[in-house]
Design a protein. Structure first.
Length: 227
């Protein structure tokens, strides 16, 4: 009877040890997997990238920006969909004291536009005979006789983005990662969101997300043609 009891006890001990080893192995794998994700997330945050998603700037984000920001910078090729949808609120925003809206769009005579059109037509994203220049004309019409400032750039392709600057020094950004002939969509766009928090020191670090975007916008704005 004693020998049987000891056999059962030993079997239980061995089973417990094996179970503990299995749990430990899976726990180690789990920790390694999620710690690498956590480290990646922290690394991105250190560069000023707060999150990424497949959704464009949301209505809630746009409303918050228009209610609380003091300055907005926008970079698009034509921005026809975004600017048509939000033109009235952007004009209202720009009319308020101490607020500004600057929009950079492609030059309508740039070879850049015909190149993009050819690429889009080749995969069925654009109808033959339609032109980005006509979209730019419509955008000009949306903001005619308003305080919204529009300038034209004539350089290589740029990724579209929106920057919001707040009175307390906070900055937020939404950069859409899309390359022609693919066209960004509200439901199918890779978007990087960035934040420079209140009180954060200005930096010239080349890996700072907001610094890069502001440098890109401000440098082009100074050199391009104002409409």
């Amino acid at each position: 009877m004693d020998s049987i009891s000891w056999t059962i006890i030993i079997q239980d001990i061995i089973s417990g040890i094996i179970a503990s080893i299995i749990v430990a192995v899976f726990g180690y794998i789990f920790l390694q997997h999620y710690s690498s994700k956590l480290n990646f997330s922290k690394k991105m945050e250190s560069y000023g990238i707060s999150s990424s998603s497949t959704k464009a700037q949301t209505q809630k984000e746009i409303a918050e920006m228009l209610n609380n920001a003091k300055g907005i910078k926008i970079m698009f090729i034509s921005g026809i969909n975004y600017l048509k949808k939000h033109s009235e609120r952007l004009k209202e925003f720009a009319e308020k004291p101490g607020r500004s809206v600057k929009i950079l769009l492609a030059d309508e005579n740039s070879p850049l536009l015909t190149d993009i059109e050819d690429l889009e037509i080749s995969i069925g994203e654009r109808e033959v005979g339609t032109h980005i220049a006509s979209e730019l004309d419509k955008v000009d019409g949306y903001f005619a006789s308003s305080n919204v400032q529009i300038a034209r750039y004539n350089t290589e392709y740029r990724l579209p983005y929106v920057i919001a600057i707040y009175p307390d020094g906070t900055e937020k950004a939404w950069l859409t990662v899309t390359l022609p002939p693919y066209r960004s969509r509200v439901d199918k766009s890779f978007v990087l969101r960035g934040v420079k928090k209140k009180g954060a020191a200005d930096t010239s670090d080349e890996f700072d997300f907001l610094y890069q975007l502001n440098l890109n916008f401000d440098t082009i704005w100074e050199k391009c043609h104002k409409t």
